[in-house]
Design a protein around this ligand. Structure first.
Ligand code: ZN
Length: 500
């Protein structure tokens, strides 16, 4: 048997080539969403498709599988064993998917995104419908290839949230939904209002960017290894080691959208920047799951960015960026303005309470698309019905209705539940952090974020994919994922804001 160290080295150099192809793919996708002229769409779709095919070929190369098998017999320990285990998982997953399907999905994803962007701009669902139909078919095909026995939606969802199923999601969502509907009712009946006028003035975009980005760097997002650009739908993207980019969009008449999106994406960016360098370019050097990813973004966006203690520090800085515009606004009123609960159309701009009702609507709709109970052509009507039922609002057009999110346009079906799972985890992490670090409000009031970011780095970021999401949650918080911490937090916070 060959020397295990040499085989490990050979494994890592094969994985490095795969990671380099992933880097090229990520850069091309980032570019398509930020810089690429629209005329480049067809060419880009072809290039992405070819590159995905090459990456897939590398992953299913029998020489890689042989190395994995050999190293499994070498009784490695610690991280090396984890590296082999996680590589096995990626190789097996790739091997189940025909190369042609991988290539078709990459092409459809790129073309679908372009069509969606146009459809969204024109509020014309018909432009996007054929692409969504193709995505649904490809998603079913992929689910069948990965596991012909399981429910297709479960297989798709597991690709984003390892170990989770629709039934597990629903078991979490059911009590959450009941309590949130009650909370929305309590807020409505309280008769209280949070005046949003302070944040609905005209704010120049350069000032918004300067303020939000400076704060993001104080949180710990490293601009030496990152950058911020504009896009249609905010996202964060790891291009490669030392290059993790974030994006946002600006609303010149609503201060909330860009700054919370920037902090949200910076939370994702810090996770990616904090992944273990020693395992960069290997499966072990990637994130645990999208739910865990979302816990990082939502924690900075909400637990920090929407807290009174944070604004007791940050408001002076904001005032200095927009002289004269917020001078007469007390910090408590500003805090209330950024926490106003209002059923609305757009998920990414939703308050912390109604946010999950947006997610639940999508969770039900995408299950319907995959199991065939909902036809693509009926999506806009079904969407609007859900919004009326859950939020009491009916989108005036599909632009702010079923065309608002980028995910389905790229074939991302089974992804949405991770937003709520991640939010629940963010509060659970916050509680665990307070047990370890004491009252975090004091630190926030001083603009000290290092304790929070180090805690997250140690327990989450630096762990890479060493543990399954469930194990990681258990280790970081001492228990399984639960909705009680979030509900305690939400009832206390909004009870105080709305006086009940
Ligand atoms: Zn996010």
């Amino acid at each position: 048997m060959a020397d295990a160290a040499a085989s490990l080295e050979a494994l890592r150099s094969r994985l490095a080539v795969i990671a380099d192809l992933s880097q090229a793919l990520a850069l091309m996708r980032w570019d398509q969403s930020t810089m690429m002229p629209r005329g480049g769409a067809a060419g880009r779709a072809g290039a992405l498709s070819s590159l995905e095919r090459l990456r897939h070929e590398r992953l299913v190369d029998p020489a890689l599988a042989d190395l994995v098998a050999e190293l499994e017999g070498a009784s490695l320990g610690g991280d090396d064993a984890a590296l082999v285990r996680e590589t096995r998982r990626d190789v097996e997953r790739a091997a189940k998917q025909p190369a042609d399907l991988v290539a078709r999905r990459a092409r459809a994803s790129s073309l679908g995104r372009e069509a969606w962007q146009q459809a969204r701009a024109d509020a014309d669902f018909a432009l996007f419908a054929p692409h969504l139909r193709e995505h649904v078919e490809l998603a079913r095909e992929m689910a069948a290839a990965l596991d012909g026995e399981a429910e297709p939606y479960d297989v798709l969802h597991d690709g984003y949230e390892r170990g989770s199923t629709a039934a597990a999601v629903e078991a979490t969502f059911a009590p959450l939904r009941a309590s949130l509907v009650e909370l929305v009712g309590a807020i409505r009946e309280s008769g209280g209002t949070c005046d949003t006028s302070p944040v609905l003035q005209s704010f120049d975009e350069a000032g918004q960017e300067r303020f939000a980005l400076e704060v993001a760097t104080l949180f710990g997002y490293d601009l030496h290894r990152g950058r911020l650009d504009r896009t249609v739908h905010p996202f964060a993207s790891r291009i490669g080691r030392g290059d993790v980019r974030i994006t946002t969009r600006y609303d010149p008449h609503d201060l909330r959208n860009a700054i919370f999106a920037i902090w949200h994406e910076a939370g994702h960016g810090m996770y990616e920047q904090g992944l273990p360098d020693a395992y960069a370019g290997t499966p072990l050097g990637t994130y645990a799951s999208l739910g865990v990813h979302e816990s990082q973004s939502r924690l900075w966006e909400n637990l920090v960015g929407r807290s009174l203690a944070f604004w007791e520090w940050g408001f002076e800085r904001l005032r200095a960026v927009f002289p004269g515009q917020l001078d007469d606004v007390p910090v408590e009123r500003f805090h209330a303005a950024v926490n106003a609960v209002t059923p609305s159309f757009i998920r990414v701009e939703a308050d912390e309470v109604t946010y999950h009702l947006h997610v639940m609507a999508r969770f039900e709709l995408e299950q319907g698309l995959i199991d065939g109970s909902l036809d693509v052509d009926d999506l806009p009507a079904a969407w609007n019905e859900r919004y009326e039922a859950y939020l009491g609002v009916t989108p005036p057009d599909d632009r702010v209705g079923c065309l608002q999110d980028v995910h389905w346009s790229e074939g991302g079906i089974g992804y949405f539940p991770t937003y709520t799972l991640g939010t629940l985890l963010s509060v659970q992490l916050w509680e665990a952090m307070q047990r370890d670090l004491g009252d975090l409000d004091e630190a926030l009031r001083r603009g000290e974020f290092g304790g929070i970011s180090s805690w997250l780095h140690d327990r989450i970021h630096s762990q890479g994919r060493r543990f399954t999401p469930a194990e990681l949650v258990e280790r970081a918080t001492g228990g399984p994922l639960a909705c009680d911490p979030f509900l305690r937090y939400a009832w206390a916070k909004y009870g105080a804001l709305y006086g009940f």
